[in-house]
Design a binder for this molecule. Sequence first.
Ligand SMILES: Nc1nc2c(ncn2[C@@H]2O[C@H](COP(=O)(O)OP(=O)(O)O)[C@@H](O)[C@H]2O)c(=O)[nH]1
Ligand SMILES: [Mg+2]
Length: 222
Amino acid sequence: MIQVIESRFVSSASHLDNAPPPNASEVVFLGRSNVGKSTLINALLNKPLAKSSSTPGKTQLINFFASMWIWHNQRLPLTFIDLPGFGYAKVSKNVKKEWEKHLFRFLLMRQSIKLFLHLVDARHTNMAIDLSVATMLAQICRADQCILRIYTKADKLNQSALNALHKRVYIQEDKVQDADTDDMHTHSLLFSAVNKNHRKMASLTHLREEIIKYTLGLENGI
Ligand SMILES: Nc1nc2c(ncn2[C@@H]2O[C@H](COP(=O)(O)OP(=O)(O)O)[C@@H](O)[C@H]2O)c(=O)[nH]1
Ligand SMILES: [Mg+2]
């Protein structure tokens, strides 16, 4: 049984250099604007900490959230990191380029990151931006890190699309469509913040277990 007993917003940063000192294992949430990052963070932490909005591209800073989890009578501190949306459309190309350079450096250099949660809209699973994020993650992922791809908004799929994606994710292995990437560290799940009890979607409890498993390096069995 996993419980999240405390969670709070720590601070925002624009770069690696002004990020708070790492003092726990870290889980990074990344994906396009509006894919459901803030919603998922709030659901997992059980508190409306991350601002969720229907206006794409609002988040421009890296936001840090501290939390304390209880698992098998152990206290496990975990930090969640909400990254600004990739593919943000409302800034100039140069601003965007500069911004993504900072993000990349942050992801590459921050040693405390143990898990990358890559959120992909379940309705649009082959977007170029997501494929390039997946490739980038597979390239920078260290041996002590994992990538978990979460297909969000699964409630918006019709039955046959849900079945097809479910089959791809759980029955066949869901591979990044790029032959160059080493996909050993990537796993996938379907999720809906709206429909929490669907047997083809991961529950919050299951997601929390996966997060613990991967951040503690226990992926070969809890
Ligand atoms: N139907 C549905 N809507 C969702 C889901 N997750 C998020 N949303 C909605 O999608 C919009 C964007 O979500 P948000 O968490 O702000 O996305 P972010 O930009 O990635 O942080 C909001 O209106 C959310 O209520 C989901 O699983 N299902
Ligand atoms: Mg957000």
